[in-house]
Design a protein around this ligand. Structure first.
Ligand code: SAM
Ligand code: SF4
Length: 327
């Protein structure tokens, strides 16, 4: 396994599509998402080839993300491929980040293929607010999906992006709902990715402010719980709930970052907050595995010590929206 600044890089987040059935206001451009052309998106064989190379380099955890990964037509074939790697014990975990709308259709398959945990992104429990933030989404499809995931014994973590004047009044309700359903929860600070810095800045609500609100009603004890991601977990005894806080802006977690990111058009990014990337597609096209491996190694060494997200400055990740890199 390769390392960088003492960090063992064993985790990849692989975006299998930039398409999505929702249009969350902090993730995609407000109009004209400008998706990659179909022919630019890695086909299943290319996805498998990159994944094989990542495994050769010691990557043990695969998180499938997007866009919405479950809208990709051949997604099951890719998960079957990873599932085989899981049975061969060359990887440890297959994880999925989803908006939940397709879970009713896919939960059983996911569970049968060895997926144990899914992260479901949900920023409000109120149907009108959900519809607003997702630009037209129907919360019922998410609730139905979550129900199906529960029935199929998938463990569920809810990811909620903290959004000022949107869900800062709903944090306690979301915590109670997660507790009632035995879900884990993470609150995430909005990141200045994409073109609309002014919107990001007006949306930003810090983890510390969220904790202040929560601690008026509930005590939070620091917990030693660790997940594959950057959440700093606390335990809320009153609710018997683990709640994580992801603070890319107010307190970055780069010292423990163990991941690479592959975009659905075959670029590899060493860091979400970095404009540098390496295009893997020429090596895939030529089936040049040694060069593919070298390119991946190079990106691991390029991984910056930390990102420089600053919600007050013009975003330097201005051309790339979250749905293209995969959050
Ligand atoms: N469609 C799936 C979903 O919503 O979970 C997977 C892709 S989405 C890009 C992955 C995660 O990124 C979601 O939890 C989403 O809330 C988060 N995300 C998107 N844009 C973000 C931003 N600007 N700041 C922080 N998180 C963001
Ligand atoms: Fe789609 Fe996920 Fe982005 Fe929302 S956050 S638009 S669900 S990719």
């Amino acid at each position: 396994m390769l390392d960088n600044f003492g960090r063992k890089i064993d985790y990849v987040r692989i975006s299998v599509t930039d398409r999505c059935d929702l249009r969350c206001k902090y993730c995609m451009p407000e109009s004209n998402p400008n998706f990659y052309k179909k022919e630019e998106i890695l086909d299943i064989n290319k996805l498998k080839l990159i994944s094989e190379s990542l495994i050769d380099l010691g990557i043990r955890k695969f998180r499938i993300t997007g866009g919405e990964p479950l809208v990709r037509k051949d997604i099951v074939e890719y998960i079957e491929f990873l599932s085989k790697k899981l049975s061969e014990k060359v990887i440890d975990e297959i994880l999925l980040t989803t908006n939940g709308t397709q879970l009713k259709k896919y939960s059983k398959t996911l569970s049968d293929l060895g997926v144990k945990r899914v992260n479901v992104s949900l920023d409000s429990l109120i149907k009108e607010k959900f519809n607003f933030i997702t630009n037209g989404g129907n919360i019922k499809s998410v609730f139905d999906g979550i129900e199906s995931a529960k029935e199929n014994k998938l463990s569920i973590k809810i990811n909620t992006v903290l959004l000022k004047n949107f869900n800062d009044d709903e944090l306690l309700e979301i915590m109670k709902w997660c507790s009632h359903n035995s879900f884990t929860l993470s609150f995430i600070e909005v990141m200045p990715v994409g073109d609309m810095l002014s919107s990001r800045k007006s949306q930003y609500f810090s983890v510390n402010k969220a904790k202040e609100i929560i601690c008026k009603d509930f005590d939070l004890e620091q917990s030693s719980l660790k997940s594959s991601g950057p959440s700093n977990y606390f335990y809320c005894k009153k609710l018997n709930l683990f709640v994580g806080f992801i603070s890319p802006i107010s307190d970055h977690f780069c010292a423990t970052c163990n991941r690479l990111r592959i975009t659905s058009n075959g670029k590899v990014y060493p860091c979400l907050g970095d404009n540098n990337s390496v295009d893997l597609t020429p090596f895939i096209r030529d089936n040049d595995i040694p060069s593919l491996l070298n390119a991946l190694k190079k990106v691991i060494f390029m991984k910056p010590e930390k990102h420089y997200f600053n919600i007050d400055e013009k975003s330097y990740i201005h051309k790339r929206f979250m749905n293209t890199t995969g959050g």
